[in-house]
Design a protein around this ligand. Structure first.
Ligand SMILES: *[C@@H]1O[C@H](CO)[C@@H](O)[C@H](O)[C@H]1NC(C)=O
Ligand SMILES: *[C@@H]1O[C@H](CO)[C@@H](O)[C@H](O)[C@H]1NC(C)=O
Length: 490
């Protein structure tokens, strides 16, 4: 008897060590594309209907100062998947190429980076990516598929490798059913897990609300904000279906759901007939592709995990999206990669309210390979400082560029600007530098140390790697290359 108890106790300890909760939680990531902070009901939008996202916040923790590592997709997504500033992987713009533009080139998330999906697999998780990837396909030659999601940790993949783009869409085409197809795929993945009982990581990487914007008939013309609003509402509906499926298959309570967007809304985006195709970043300045201004990087961030996290709480402490890498890894009992600088920090103590402050003191804000600003959260008080070195080359009198701001065209300030982000979230009133020299000095020192920590790596987004190569182009139907979806015929 004693031996049995001792064994049981031992196994309990081992369990806890490998796995802090004593069970293997599932993880569902709901990632929107270019959805703005100000587009979501629970973040203050009063005219768009997002009841399902709002319910996540109601049942969980809503972060109001959650930051993407970049203001555009490819680097922001790379950071989230690896827990590292994208410059560490070389996946940053040095020229006009801000995101990956083609499938047929050599740009991608380096295959020696460790993704959260790869980590999850080391501890027995089934992993799936449904939707947009935007982190490359082949590395050296056609068909090596080294950057393909299934070679970056995902057991299952359904979606498109690049991104949704304006000219992909014609009236009446299949893009209209894309969102529903993603939902079906996600639900099917959950159903399979209910049969094999494997813990899982499911990443729903939605195309909404990136252009081209096409929604199913159920949502067309239904919102108060044109087709952009329709897309937000369809996105929310799909999220609702995933949540319903989680409950239906009995996963609701042991699953951590994280809802977010890859960067801020794209203010300059409009359709050929002048439709507004970009969303709202609420009170924050600027938007997607604007580098370090908060409109491009302040994103929704909601964590729902009924058995573990409190419900209906709001946390205003600054956090980063790339923190999810470390948070999830610890939660599922996976070992972090060795000899690699990980920037993400475990958010669980903050989310559980075991601690009241963010685990970060400093946050670095890049536009491509340029560090444009740094944020500082002192250990005492409740201020958050942001020191800005470079600002976007905005059109005169406006907080926007022509279509996308270019990092290398940013304005290098002779003297940096210092904002207090809690009292001035819109970055409108820089404080007097001379009165805050201590703060400036602390930030400058942190920036210096951070820069020293960046190891030179091969750059991924060069013109050489980025240009379209006919010999790298996948094509299932030469010479038309207008492939049909083999799974969901419609
Ligand atoms: C709600 O979102 C729409 C679409 O992005 C935007 O036009 C509107 O200003 C937002 N409303 C608020 C209160 O932020
Ligand atoms: C990946 O390989 C490159 C060289 O090709 C190297 O510079 C970089 O440090 C490696 N990254 C990791 C995370 O090992």
């Amino acid at each position: 008897m004693e031996i049995l108890i001792a064994l049981l106790a031992l196994s309990a300890i081992t369990n806890i060590q490998g796995n802090p909760l004593g069970f293997k939680p599932n993880i569902v990531i709901l990632l929107a594309d270019d959805l703005g902070y100000g587009d979501v009901g629970c973040y203050g939008n009063t005219t768009l209907r997002t009841p399902n996202i709002d319910a996540l916040a109601q049942d969980g923790v809503k972060l109001t100062h959650h930051l993407a590592a970049e203001s555009v997709c490819s680097p922001s997504r790379a950071a989230m998947l690896t827990g590292r500033y994208p410059i560490r992987a070389g996946l940053v713009a040095t020229n006009r190429l801000r995101v990956n533009m083609f499938i047929a080139n050599y740009v991608g998330l380096p295959d020696n980076e460790t993704t959260i999906a790869e980590l999850a697999k080391t501890v027995g998780y089934k992993t799936a990516l449904i939707g947009k990837w935007h982190l490359g396909l082949s590395k050296e030659h056609y068909g090596d598929n080294k950057f393909h999601p299934m070679n970056q940790g995902f057991d299952y993949y359904y979606g498109h490798i690049l991104t949704n783009m304006k000219d992909f869409s014609r009236e009446g085409d299949r893009l209209e059913t894309l969102h529903d197809r993603y939902t079906k795929e996600g639900v099917q993945f959950l159903e399979e897990r209910s049969k094999d009982n494997n813990p899982f990581l499911l990443m729903m990487s939605y195309d909404h609300t990136h252009t081209a914007i096409r929604t199913s008939e159920r949502f067309r013309g239904k919102s108060k904000h044109g087709r952009y609003g329709d897309a937000v509402e369809e996105l929310d509906d799909g999220i609702g279906e995933i949540m319903t499926a989680l409950d239906r298959f009995g996963f609701g309570r042991n699953t951590l759901v994280y809802m977010t967007s890859d960067n801020g809304a794209h203010l300059e985006e409009s359709g050929v007939n002048g439709e507004v195709d970009g969303g709202s970043n609420g009170i924050f300045k600027g938007g997607k592709a604007h580098g370090a201004v908060d409109g491009g990087i302040r994103i929704p961030g909601i964590f729902r995990f009924p058995t573990v996290l409190p419900s209906n709480i709001v946390i205003d402490e600054p956090t980063m999206q790339l923190d999810t890498f470390t948070t999830f890894a610890n939660l599922i009992g996976a070992e972090l990669p060795k000899n690699v600088q990980i920037d993400g920090k475990d958010l669980m103590p903050l989310l559980k309210r075991k601690r009241s402050q963010t685990p970060h003191q400093f946050f670095y804000h890049y536009c491509g390979d340029i560090l444009q600003a740094a944020r500082y959260r002192p250990k005492s008080g409740n201020k958050v400082w942001k020191l800005v070195y470079e600002t976007p080359d905005y059109l005169p009198g406006q907080n926007r560029c022509t279509f996308a701001c270019m990092c290398f065209q940013s304005i290098k300030l002779e003297e940096p600007l210092l904002y207090e982000m809690v009292s001035d979230p819109g970055e409108e009133n820089p404080v007097n530098l001379k009165d805050h020299m201590k703060i400036v000095q602390i930030i400058q020192e942190a920036v210096k140390k951070h820069k020293e920590s960046i190891q030179p790596v091969p750059l991924m987004m060069t013109w050489y790697k980025g240009l379209w190569r006919p010999n790298m182009q996948p094509c299932c139907n030469f010479p038309y290359c207008n492939c049909k979806d083999p799974v969901h015929q419609s």
